[in-house]
Design a protein around this ligand. Structure first.
Ligand SMILES: C[S@@+](CC[C@H](N)C(=O)[O-])C[C@H]1O[C@@H](n2cnc3c(N)ncnc32)[C@H](O)[C@@H]1O
Length: 410
């Protein structure tokens, strides 16, 4: 109908400066999108009662044909999201690393529902999947936004997509009888979309704000405590890439981690059960206790060493700090955590520079840079850091050349 019920007109009831000139409630499916809500293609649907409007912004059929719905405030949409939309359909930044057609199939996996199984060999460092979000939903709402309103925002966010059944058909922990966190029990239970979001979305940060991001292809990748792949979110293209962390053989399941890096088994189980609502059945969690114990001991040591490196560096004991850092990297490698803990290179880069080992300082500084621009187009902060690192790298390279010249002439 061209005149939906008043609840659909929340925006008109509480006009926001960005959309001040919206005066009529048009049916989003049939109306020609007025320029007033450009670059979104649907009229924003907003909560009618809260003091600040919380709205669904939908851009139909882009990116990747399925479209994107974002639940946020008009301020956030115009400040952080609108400027990004022009880049959504940009080609993947490293086409030579992207595997096409996709090197995996979604199949049933005993004890885990569905999962991604490699159909051909995948070498380390390849992009297995680039997936564009279908829904981003803010993590926190103010107290005056009612739960029923959040449910409605989520329902509309899904319904306005090109193929709502793609998101509504994703796995749901409630439906499969998984453990549901206490605060969600009782009442009328979870709505379909609340359940889909809790079961399948990944935390992302856009413009400094946390969002739950729903990526329908990524959502089929299961968790493992020793994963063979890792995910990387690009704030610039709003896409998530699955990268292989090591060589993966055909018929192997491709797995990622849902938890923070380097957690012990107890901590992982707590996080997976409380946050994600399932009991982990990965190969490490189902391994004999002695194997699990050895892994926990290494992970505890990793954490101890991380603190130790910083402590020694603060005391000015640089050589000792480097020794601890090298031991740390060996353990991280043994635990298969190198790709997950890639942000740990800055401290050794500085330490090696301090003790005059320029080659090693350069090696680690290049790793720091790779962490920022090796997995996608960096956001504004990343660009600034890359500029700074360019200067540092040029300086170390110059110092190495000078040193070599001095050594050559003596
Ligand atoms: C994001 S989905 C992953 C795909 C899902 N298996 C499916 O069938 O679509 C998350 C859900 O997968 C299952 N899952 C993922 N990793 C698992 C694991 N290591 N052990 C057991 N179940 C797992 C859990 O049911 C969890 O709620």
């Amino acid at each position: 109908s061209p005149n939906p019920p008043p609840a659909q007109c929340g925006l008109d009831a509480a006009p926001h400066p960005v959309y001040r000139n919206l005066t009529t409630c048009l049916d989003s499916s049939t109306a020609t999108p007025p320029s007033s809500w450009h670059p979104w293609t649907h009229k924003p649907y907003c909560t009618p009662s809260s003091s600040t409007p919380w709205c669904v912004f939908t851009r139909a059929s882009s990116p990747a044909a399925h479209g994107l719905s974002v639940i946020t405030t008009p301020d956030e949409a115009s400040a952080a999201l609108n400027p990004l939309l022009h880049a959504l359909d940009a080609p993947f930044f490293a086409p030579e690393k992207l595997m096409l057609p996709r090197p995996y199939e979604v199949r049933d996996i005993p004890g885990k529902g569905k999962g991604a199984i490699a159909t051909r060999r995948i070498e380390k460092g390849r992009a297995v999947l680039v997936d564009y979000a279908s829904i981003f939903a803010v993590v926190e709402y103010p107290a005056d936004v009612m739960r029923e309103e959040v449910r409605e925002l989520l329902r509309v966010a899904a319904a306005q997509l090109g193929e709502p059944e793609e998101v509504e058909g994703l796995s749901r922990r409630g439906r499969r009888g998984g453990r549901v966190a206490e605060e969600e029990e009782g009442e009328e239970g979870m709505s379909v979309m609340e359940d889909v979001m809790l079961t399948n979305s990944f935390g992302t940060v856009i413009g400094g704000k946390e969002y739950m991001g729903l990526f329908t292809d990524l959502a089929r990748f299961n968790h493992a405590c020793e994963p063979n792949a890792f995910i990387h979110f690009s704030e610039t293209t709003l896409s998530m890439t699955v990268w292989s962390a090591r060589d993966i053989e055909p018929e192997e399941e491709i797995t990622i981690t849902y938890t923070g890096a380097g957690l012990t088994s107890k901590e992982r189980h707590k996080s997976l059960e409380n946050v994600w609502g399932f009991k982990c059945q990965c190969s490490l969690c189902t391994a004999p206790p002695v194997v699990l114990k050895a892994s926990d001991t290494r992970r505890e040591e990793i954490r101890r060493l991380q603190d130790k490196v910083v402590e020694l560096a603060q005391q000015g004991r640089f050589s000792k700090a480097i020794e601890a850092a090298e031991r740390l990297f060996t353990l991280v490698d043994e635990e298969g955590l190198t790709e997950q803990m890639g942000d740990m290179y800055e401290v050794p880069a500085r330490l090696y520079y301090h003790v005059g080992n320029l080659e090693k300082a350069l090696e680690y500084t290049l790793k720091v840079r790779h962490e920022i621009d090796g997995y996608g187009v960096p956001g504004t902060l990343g660009e600034q850091k890359i500029e700074m690192l360019k200067g540092v790298i040029a300086r170390i390279e110059r110092e190495i050349t000078n040193k070599q010249e001095r050594e050559g002439s003596s």
